[in-house]
Design a protein around this ligand. Structure first.
Ligand code: URA
Length: 189
């Protein structure tokens, strides 16, 4: 796994397949532990991520860490990736063609990690990976099985910073994620 993973990371860091490479400081390959059953997928790096090369280290990332901690998880137990690995200027949504040119890296990450659970953080990931019409406010917290993987869409932590009233609903989703992790652990025991 390590060799393949490192080779993929190297390829990703050298990527110039879409114009986002021209304005990036760092490629943000992902963060956490690739030896896991649980993957979170966000949208794309923000300013802090671009500067540090690490996923979800800005304010949204700090909130994500709090939600993980609230259900006894941390970054050593999960892998956190993004739909696009380079920061879209001014934090705009990634364009569909940028997502398409980058998604091969995410597919490879999923192929190597072989997660049992994928949680989409926000609309961009949920619409691309679960259902193009996905509505986070209506469908968050629902499990959808695809190809042997359980998918869930939940609120993007940046959206929760803008709308803190949605935090209790997001917490319910994290409790479901924790319960699913517990089920997997019970199956393995
Ligand atoms: N928002 C994202 O979607 N991903 C990050 O890595 C940081 C903020």
């Amino acid at each position: 796994m390590n060799e393949k993973w490192n080779a993929l990371e190297e390829r990703c860091k050298a990527c110039k397949a879409c114009p986002l490479w021209e304005t990036r400081t760092n490629v943000v390959f992902g963060d956490g532990n690739p030896d896991t059953d649980l993957m979170f997928i966000g949208e794309g790096p923000g300013q802090q991520e671009d500067l540090t090369g690490r996923a979800f280290v800005g304010r949204a990332g700090q909130l994500l860490d709090k939600f993980l901690a609230a259900v006894d998880l941390d970054r050593s137990m999960v892998y956190i990736g993004n739909m696009v690995k380079c920061r879209p200027p001014q934090n705009r949504d990634p364009k569909p063609e940028e997502t398409e040119s980058c998604i091969g890296f995410l597919r490879e990450q999923v192929r190597i990690i072989r997660p049992k659970i994928i949680v989409c953080l926000g609309r961009i990931a949920a619409c691309r990976l679960i259902d193009p019409g996905f509505k986070v406010t209506r469908q968050h917290g629902e499990w959808i099985e695809k190809g042997g993987i359980r998918f869930m869409g939940t609120f993007h932590p940046a959206a929760l910073l803008r709308n803190p009233g949605q935090k209790p609903a997001a917490f319910e989703d994290f409790l479901k994620i924790r319960a699913a992790v517990d089920e997997l652990q019970a199956e393995k025991a």
